[in-house]
Design a protein around this ligand. Structure first.
Ligand code: GLC
Ligand code: CA
Length: 557
């Protein structure tokens, strides 16, 4: 295969709402991104993925789209978008937009028509969505069609009185799912994607891409994910998007899906397959859940399993080695901040920030860096429920109550695990609101912006930021994306040690994921390996090493 730009990309994810506010209305915008393009160029990234920027009532911060062809007024105008693309391209930065194909907003014109039997286009648009008649219990009381649970907590069904039916929404009730069995609907989505491609977009991140097909026999099941996620037929739809839209227009596509088998991984992003170029997968993201029934699922924080993180990265690397292309990242806008999650956001902030950088960015594959990760931004520090913004937070908070969790326990779960952790304003400097805006932002800044901000790290050669810059340069010089990776001490639940064999050199990364000292054994012939990077002090490699909290050393042969 001819080499593609995305194989050498370092993607930077911009959560536009919280990146930079150019007109001081408290909300980030396209002109705000343009103002920071010089910074991004200097950081050394060469592609940006911008979270949804389309017209939206913002129930789920733009993943609920009411008009695919309009830019949200919060973020600017179509002219601003064109200018942004132009300015990014002039700096050799590719532009990736979020493409939401699984659902629309309930305020989208299609859905309004679908709900209204008196609309002249009702029949056509009704079939763009997924409907079921009510069931009735023995007393004749109306019941939902199934007991499936939405990804945000709560039922997946919402009643629509005018048609006396329920519509399906696997996310919030303001996000009705589209019917991918309807050919007209698919055609409209394809034309829409093409419209953005014509504007100059280089790639898409395809949102919620494994949910497109549902089991239309609607069996009971709780949560019932197997009936609306990762059904075999969703691959056909994705293949169709690839063949009709992505491939002929030579745009990059990266999907989003959890829990794929090797066969599926290759379907998604194998060189010989047409679905995507790369896949955002999640195996490493929640490596510390436990059985805590007060706040179940991802909300239940337990001991960290470093082995799970290694196994997931290793598994994906091995599955795609030679047959497809892998993607690596620590977290995105749906997860807690990695430094709070897997590192230390206080005592060992700098050391753990660097350790997490070495371990991720020296692995093969194409990396995505989430905004603020490069300065070690931390989880939110909110004391009140009202400080949170995410639609998921509020549904789940109510669920926690039903499980018997106290307010304090719930608040801690939200501070540890909610998606809002990654969504508060970027910390540019130590001005009020971290320099994000001069007005109170749509979501409060973390109070630690005076200590953790870009300006301060730019002036400190020993900062996390400068480690990121060094690593991004190194990735290019050494072609790190192409390496062959082998883990050592794979069963250790403390260490993270791997070799990355490159064209004419080899890297050895030795790291401690714990906030205490650990001993490691390096059982290879390490002749020729010289220390290259470290987060405490320069040390030679040896058979037995004792590592300080979050210590990490990189060797090169
Ligand atoms: C994806 C997005 C997430 C969004 C959901 C529904 O998982 O990353 O933020 O809420 O899809 O669109
Ligand atoms: Ca603004």
């Amino acid at each position: 295969m001819k080499r593609k730009w995305w194989q050498d990309a370092i993607i930077y994810q911009i959560y536009i709402r919280s990146f930079n506010d150019s007109n001081n209305d408290g909300i980030g915008d396209f002109n705000g991104i343009i103002e920071k393009l010089d910074y991004l160029e200097d950081l050394g990234i060469n592609a940006v993925w911008v979270s949804p920027h389309y017209e939206s009532p913002m129930d789920d911060n733009g993943y609920d789209i009411s008009d695919f062809f309009k830019v949200s007024e919060d973020y600017g105008t179509l002219e601003d978008v064109k200018e942004f693309i132009k300015q990014a391209h002039s700096r050799n930065i590719k532009v990736i937009f979020d493409l939401v194909l699984n659902h629309t907003s309930d305020e989208h014109e299609w859905f309004r028509k679908a709900c209204d039997p008196n609309d002249k286009d009702h029949v056509k648009y009704h079939d763009y969505y997924i409907w079921q008649p009510p069931k009735f219990d023995y007393e004749g009381k109306r019941q939902m069609p199934t007991n499936w649970r939405s990804w945000f907590g709560g039922p997946v069904w919402e009643y629509n009185e005018p048609t006396d039916e329920y519509y399906l929404h696997i996310f919030s009730k303001k996000m009705p799912d589209l019917n991918w069995r309807n050919e007209d609907m698919k055609k409209e989505l394809k034309d829409m994607a093409k419209w953005w491609i014509d504007l100059g977009v280089d790639g898409f991140r395809v949102d919620a891409s494994n949910h497109l097909e549902k089991d239309w026999t609607f069996p009971e099941g709780h949560p019932g994910y197997e009936y609306f996620s990762s059904l075999p037929k969703h691959h056909d739809y994705l293949e169709e998007m690839g063949v009709d839209v992505f491939l002929p227009n030579d745009v990059m596509a990266m999907g989003e899906a959890g829990g794929a088998t090797k066969e599926e991984a290759i379907k998604y992003c194998g060189f010989e397959h047409n679905e995507f170029d790369m896949l955002i997968h999640f195996g490493h993201c929640w490596a510390d859940t436990t059985d805590n029934h007060l706040t179940p699922g991802k909300w239940a924080k337990g001991d960290l399993r470093v082995t799970d993180i290694k196994n997931s990265f290793d598994r994906w690397h091995q599955m795609l080695q030679g047959v497809g292309w892998n993607l690596i990242y620590w977290h995105n806008h749906d997860h807690p901040r990695v430094i709070s999650h897997y590192g230390s956001d206080k005592e060992y902030h700098t050391q753990s920030g660097k350790m997490l950088a070495y371990t991720l960015y020296l692995m093969p594959g194409t990396p995505i860096c989430y905004q603020g990760e490069e300065i070690g931004m931390t989880n939110v520090d909110y004391d009140n429920l009202e400080d949170f913004r995410d639609v998921e937070v509020f549904t789940e908070y109510n669920n926690f109550k039903q499980f018997g969790a106290s307010h304090e326990v719930s608040m801690q779960a939200l501070r540890d695990r909610s998606r809002d952790n990654a969504r508060n304003p970027y910390q540019w400097n130590n001005n009020e609101h971290g320099g994000f805006s001069t007005t109170t932002p749509w979501m409060n800044s973390n109070k630690n912006y005076k200590d953790i901000n870009l300006e301060q790290q730019m002036n400190d050669s020993d900062s996390i930021l400068n480690t990121y810059k060094t690593l991004f340069k190194l990735r290019k010089v050494l072609n790190i994306s192409d390496g062959k990776m082998t883990f050592l001490e794979k069963d250790s639940n403390d260490s993270y040690i791997f070799l990355n064999k490159l064209e004419d050199t080899e890297l050895l990364v030795v790291a401690n994921f714990r906030d205490y000292d650990i001993d490691v054994t390096i059982d290879i012939d390490f002749t020729g390996f010289k220390p290259l990077l470290h987060n405490y002090e320069k040390r030679n490699v040896s058979n037995r090493m004792s590592l300080k909290p979050f210590e990490a050393i990189v060797y090169k042969k």
